[in-house]
Design a protein around this ligand. Sequence first.
Ligand code: ATP
Ligand code: MG
Length: 431
Amino acid sequence: MSKSAAKKIQAIRGMNDLLPSESPRWQFFEAKVRQLMHRYGFDEIRTPIVEQTALFARSIGEVTDIVEKEMYTFDDRNGDSLTLRPEGTASCVRAAMEHGLLHNQTQRLWYQGPMFRHERPQKGRYRQFHQVGVETYGFDGPDIDAEVILLSARLWQELGLLEHVTLELNSLGSTEARAAYRDKLVAYFDQHHDVLDDDSKRRLTSNPLRILDSKNPAMAEMLNGAPQLMDHLDDESRTHFEQLKAMLDTAGIDYVVNPRLVRGLDYYCRTVFEWTTTALGSQGTVCAGGRYDGLVEQLGGKPTPAVGFAMGIERLILLLETLDLIPEEALGGCDVYLLPMDDNATIVALTLAEKLRSELPTLRLQLHCGGGSFKSRMKKADKSNAPVAVLLGEDELAEQAVTLKFLRDDREQLRVSQAELTATLQNLVPH
Ligand code: ATP
Ligand code: MG
């Protein structure tokens, strides 16, 4: 075999396998999200992972980081330009328009799945990552802004994260107010041209608001002195923002107004927000969103108010792990390891296992398969992480009984009749 043929093929950099040791954490998080969406009256939408490139170019904006340098774009066999979705909002709007979901009705939608961006991989930043998002259509008042923020806050609360995250809030105003502000900002930056770094100089003509987002310490002082969007809001946007803040105050949700929060995508207007944490280093934003009233029209539909957010699942799971907030039962493994000691016992054990699974539907029971010596069987039982092993040997078969062995506690083993086993396990194993 040639050398190159023998070389093992590896996963693409920044695109991760989710291993069996990790997937229970994801399932724990995903189950919480699914339940929450259900409780808040949001319906799931699933869209394809690949879309026409023009969809993202037209919605996200030609001069954003995503469209300029992060998209996975390729020609398919017909020569059409396709792109792996870098985010979920554009696809959601496309699908909602295409299927008439925006016609004289409101929508409360959610989605989850993989997104793709060609970024430099590092902790909390990957090339394939996963988001959960919500998108609402047809609501123009601040109540829906509050509703989606409260939904996210409840998720943090139920995960034990609320005290570890901060809600940052800003208003970008109307498109017109933003355009007027943009001119003032550019004039200010022109006066301080010598302080701007290369990235900012480039953005000065393309996307000057994004300069406010810069984390470059050398520009911090200059940015602090920049004119603030908050002082240039149109009246309607100001009222909308004041009402939203009052709603959050009443609901007891803490927030800080961050006048420099502008978000990277072109389509936002009025409310923008981010939930951030200091526990993950520089990848500190775990959820981000806002209002994008102009996007549906921009993509060829009727003007439709819209609000949404997206959260990064990898970052949230990292945060839960960092803070040791994943509950024991979400760490995989099983409750009971059923261990027949020979082939005869295996036949009885198969039936017994099925009976237990019918009678205790939440019980996680693993039947030992694959034979082996006594020692290797016990080793497997131990490795299963189950607190209890149920042994079925010759003696037990003769007595129609089983032996319970406690693998984690210093406790005498127990002989129980097979008829009583369901009741015994029900008391022993937490559900
Ligand atoms: P950042 O400023 O960190 O690059 P962003 O503004 O590009 O974030 P959004 O497009 O708003 O991010 O996506 C929403 C959320 O998705 C982010 O807050 C983050 O939690 C997550 N996210 C974005 N890009 C990545 C990535 N490359 N890897 C992992 N998570 C990501
Ligand atoms: Mg980014």
